[in-house]
Design a protein around this ligand. Sequence first.
Ligand code: C2E
Ligand code: MG
Ligand code: MG
Length: 721
Amino acid sequence: MHTASPHSPAPADRLAAGHPAPHILLVDDEEMNRDMLSRRLAKCGYSVTTAASGRESLDALERSHVDLVLLDVQMPGMSGLQVLEAIRGAEATARLPVIMVTAKTQSDDIVVALDRGANDYVTKPVDLSVALARIRTQLARRHAELRLVESEERYALAVQGSNDGLWDWKIATDEAYFSPRCKAIMGLDDEAASMTANAWFDRVHPDDFGRLRHALDGHLAGLTPQFENEHRVRVSDQQYRWVLARGVAVRGPDRAPVRVAGSLTDITEGKVADALTGLPNRVLFLDRLSWLLEREARDPERHFAVLFLDLDRFKDVNDSLGHHAGDQLLIEAARRLDRGLRGTDPASAARPRTATASHDVLARFGGDEFAIALDDVRTATEASRVAKRLVDVMLEPFHIDGQEIFISVSIGVALSTPGCTSEDLLRDADTALYRAKSAGRCRWEIFDGKMRDQVIERVKLEADLRHAVERGQFALLYQPIVSLADRTVKGFETLLRWDHPERGRIAPIDFIKVAEDTGLIVPMGLWVVDEVCRQIREWESTGVIAEQFTVSVNLSTRQLAQADLVDRVAAIVRHHGVQPTRLEFEITESAMMANPEVARRLVGDMKMLGFRISLDDFGTGYSSLSYLQHFAVDRLKIDRSFLTDATTPDWESHGIIAAVIALARHLRADVVAEGIETSSQLARVEALGCDFGQGYYFARPMRPKPVASLLEMALPPADVA
Ligand code: C2E
Ligand code: MG
Ligand code: MG
């Protein structure tokens, strides 16, 4: 036996840079052949070991690693065919590439050799280029085979570790193999041995099948490097499981797919459970809802209710205590709701349950929203009882990060009705929730048809409001602001009215909120400024208003947030040539405090331009005194609610008015008492030292025309209280 080493550049088919040269075992009984061929192969970069007999070759195979055998068929003693048999029979060499070397005339031998597992043959005298080509091919094939085994092993290990299922589908015969884990995920009978792909496809949710087919066909057609799809498979009558299927097609020489194999992962957890609270999520909730609806269609006697829940002022907790505390609160709230739902709360009587009432679902919809499907509920009273219990379980303080937090929940309830859909129920519960919120939170409302009418009404109002500006349907009324010292009119507040073509005149309380919510308040507000300026110019030109008259204009929260408000207002005022000092802007105390920084800047900018600023509805908005110092407002307007019917003096309101006046003095602002309706109210605010009054007692908001005459009119004096 002789070994030759390569001494020329590595051949093109060397496995990879840095790998040793492929090792060839050359078996031939004729020394000349061995010598000549081994030298030439070594020259081409192979490492070559020679063997002179079959025995010798088997010894060599045992001792060292060989990548390929060149095996002479005709040898004395042990023939090449016998050596081949021995090679194939041993486990270590069963798949070792073997190329037979035969004489041209020995075609029978070739057939037998190929039959017994030879990979290829070359004929004597050996044409080196042919031999090299065949050697390269066989080495490359073997290399690919080894790589595949390795990656298959790696894949199998990974799959085992990840708890995925494995599947393999032979397309031509439609035979499918599903690993035991795969069958378990799909709820297939583990016994059933032979299967087709339909065992899987038949269980796919009808809504998901189209997408699955599309993904699979796309991959089979070679459009995607990998097949991947998430879908639901039915595991029992009522239950679907979410799976992620992944796979790769194995293709034939014509690139046509022969087989697809891959994995199946159960992703139900992540799909249907909310990660934070562990509750079912929206997806599962909707699934349960459709199941309940289907059941109601079959069995019209059985009803259920949908509850929509929203934590009140949760955002404040998140903003003030941080997201961590917010998350803790959500987890704890979920626990309490669950407890309240089960009626295991010792403080409350459990809802009488039937044996089948186990289909209640509490789900988290996202953020601070939860939803409940309450099974076997027939009447609003039954639903109310549960809703009340849920509101109650939230009343106890929460202890989060060593802090005591109070939070409440608002609930909207919709009862199922024959023929209703999931969308109907969710929408109605949401409408009822909205109602519960606007009625003051920490309460529940049961949906009724009237609510829907009101929603429709609101939608219509919104649509009408969109056209109101362009159609010129707004009008301004003016209400005098009277000096209490001499009963003369010192200015007006402008108050907006909407002259609706069908509904007649509408007061701001019925449309300002909609205008705010839709952002329409922005163009409306600019229209008001424009119209006021036009009116001021008209009054000035007819000489009816004195120099020190001011006209005030209301601004709402949304307008304060409008970045270019000051510029737009200034431009309008300039356009009309109105003195900025003529104009006063009223900002409600609560709007100011909603975003004090923005408000402070705005007030500063407005004042720089010469406008006056007053704080409207003062006393209702919890201002912080330290903030007020920085606002430099010109006027405080005491809210109407403090002017209770003064025949029986209300000492608390009395005290507040006195305090506001004292505060105004400190801020060097003047004070207007709003909503004076009676002479006794007037007398009281006057006695407390208010500077100005406004109210029906003097005059109602009026059209601009009579304003002029009012200026000369004597105003009624105050009665003696
Ligand atoms: P506000 O700014 O506090 O306006 C005073 C409200 O009190 C007016 O109601 C006025 O008509 C009413 N009022 C005046 N004197 C009396 C009285 O003696 N008794 C009673 N019961 N009420 C009296 P109005 O016109 O319905 O306006 C309501 C609110 O709508 C205003 O409250 C203001 O916040 C808002 N608003 C009115 N016009 C506009 C506007 O052009 N833009 C904006 N953004 N808001 C406006
Ligand atoms: Mg006002
Ligand atoms: Mg007011």
